[in-house]
Design a protein around this ligand. Structure first.
Ligand SMILES: [Zn+2]
Ligand SMILES: [Zn+2]
Length: 302
């Protein structure tokens, strides 16, 4: 990734609130030219950055889709660990956060929660105070929310349920290419609208075993998300060069096992026959003449 025109997306976390070691919390890394941006910061975002050898403090901005905890619990770690004086940290400039209405309140409270740590490290370790500063930008409607050095990011509202507002997806444009992320949403026409012409469309997905569909809490869960057939319809109508799933909502119970990746693909194939990948943590996509997929070779790194 040395060329200024390189455009790569890496799924750092493809999971949901379940604390699975193979699927961390929602987080997607965008590398575009020399910029590194994160969309959401769920559990373990810093661990995945470390696995890629990317200093945690090297992130130029964090963009948030909505305020469910599985998308935000990694924020204090990203902010504070990224500030330490170490090869894996190194941020000496303010931590930049962009999100829908609520980002300022969230970050003000995070800042309050860790005030003692920040005070101690400035005094004791002589860390630069400006590296612990936080800059937040909020938005409340569809439009451009980030524009820097050839990267343009457009936020668009999605539908994650009547009581879960605000909720947004993002369209990231760079070098005449586009990557679109649905964020957490039910089937939503705005994803189709902003997904037009996408090289890579990354969509959330949910699938519950039939045996569990009678349960009220499973119905409620499914009502906040897009099922595989519906996601297939979004892909069929937008025709991205590659469609990929992340944020796999696959409920099960002690008696009924959750749907498998194979089940998810079979169900999506009912409505969509184009290129499809089911995301894995650290799977990356290079967006150029072709969209190429790379799986991460898991190895122990200490
Ligand atoms: Zn959510
Ligand atoms: Zn979520």
């Amino acid at each position: 990734m040395s060329s200024a025109t390189n455009f790569r997306v890496t799924l750092l976390g493809t999971g949901v609130p379940i604390p699975r070691p193979d699927r961390f919390g929602a987080c997607t890394l965008i590398e575009a030219g020399r910029q590194k941006l994160l969309i959401d910061a769920g559990r373990g975002a810093t661990i995945r950055l470390y696995q890629l050898g990317i200093p945690i403090g090297r992130i130029n901005a964090l963009l948030l889709t909505h305020y469910h905890s599985d998308h935000t619990v990694g924020i204090p770690d990203l902010w504070l660990t990224g500030w330490l004086r170490s090869h894996y940290a190194t941020r000496s400039t303010p931590f930049r956060v962009i999100g829908p209405t609520g980002a300022k309140a969230l970050m003000a409270n995070v800042e309050k929660a860790y005030a003692a740590d920040v005070r101690m490290r400035i005094e004791d370790e002589e860390l630069p105070p400006q590296g612990a500063a936080i800059v937040v930008e909020e938005f409340s409607a569809d439009g451009v929310v980030y524009e820097h050095d050839g990267v343009r990011i457009i936020a668009f509202e999605v539908d994650h349920g009547a009581a879960v507002k605000p909720a947004f997806g993002y369209r990231v444009e760079f070098a005449r290419r586009a990557v679109v992320l649905s964020g957490d949403t039910r089937f939503n026409d705005n994803v189709i609208k902003y997904g037009a012409g996408a090289d890579l469309l990354i969509h959330e997905v949910a699938m519950a075993p039939l045996e569990l569909m009678a349960q009220a809490h499973i119905q409620r869960l499914m009502n906040h998300h897009t099922n595989a057939r519906e996601a297939g319809q979004v892909f069929a109508r937008t025709r991205p060069r590659l469609a990929a799933f992340t944020h796999l909502v696959l409920p099960g119970s002690s008696q009924v096992p959750p749907a498998t990746v194979a089940d998810l693909i079979a169900e999506t194939r009912q409505t969509y026959d184009g290129p499809l990948e089911v995301g894995e943590d650290l799977m990356s996509f290079d967006i150029g003449e072709q969209v190429t997929v790379h799986r991460y070779e898991h190895r122990v790194k200490t």
